[in-house]
Design a protein around this ligand. Structure first.
Ligand code: ZN
Length: 205
């Protein structure tokens, strides 16, 4: 589908998010256990709903996404709002350069999250992201985890300006903030494959 073909910007964003979610699930970048993706749409955030993985297997329709103002906590009252969505709101409020965010339990990133290890770049293409740092531990869905993650994204200014920045959530997954949702999705796949190269490299020793 051609981009910018819809007069309704919210619908266009929802169609793109649904497409990207399906592809990321097919590529084991998203799993059934959780995760979420969102985009900035004017003053609003458009974000995947709760249980998008476990109940819908990431086969989302445009109307499944939920939308609300970035500068308000109203969305937190919506029962369909993903419990992991607080970090997305915090990122959009703090970093105006960010227009797309993904939280994922990506297949090759999970061993690094499980062990609380950063992901250094070992491919030419991933140099621009630098070493993906590990956030200090805080409970999943807590405001503290969101604040820790935002702080670590904020200091990766160069990566954000180039494309996207990421942070590993210990024992959990990864959070990526991009210039737009396509930049974030591309960064997630590049970082995941970089993670695979680190794991596979051990087998070649
Ligand atoms: Zn998660």
């Amino acid at each position: 589908m051609a981009k910018n073909s819809h007069p309704d910007p919210s619908l266009e964003v929802r169609i793109e998010l649904a497409e990207i979610a399906r592809r990321m699930f097919d590529r084991k970048l998203l799993d059934m256990a959780g995760g979420n993706l969102s985009a900035r749409c004017g003053e609003n955030i458009v974000i995947s709903p709760r249980y998008a993985g476990s109940k819908k297997h990431w086969q989302l329709k445009p109307e499944d996404f939920i939308e609300g103002r970035i500068d308000s906590d109203d969305l937190l009252e919506d029962p369909r709002f993903s419990r992991e969505g607080k970090a997305h709101l915090a990122i959009y409020r703090t970093l105006p350069i960010v227009n797309g965010v993904i939280h994922a339990h990506a297949f090759h990133v999970l061993p690094f999250a499980a062990q609380g290890k950063p992901i250094p770049p070992v491919l030419e293409g991933t140099q621009k992201f630098g070493t993906v740092p590990v956030a200090p531990y805080a409970p999943t869905q807590s405001a503290e985890l969101a604040a820790n993650a935002v702080q670590l994204l904020k200091v990766q200014e160069g990566a954000l300006r180039a494309q996207a920045a990421a942070v590993i959530l210990p024992t959990h997954g990864i959070l990526i903030a991009g210039k737009d949702i396509w930049a974030a999705a591309d960064a997630l796949e590049q970082i995941d494959w970089n993670a695979w190269c680190l794991i596979a490299g051990k087998l070649l020793d």
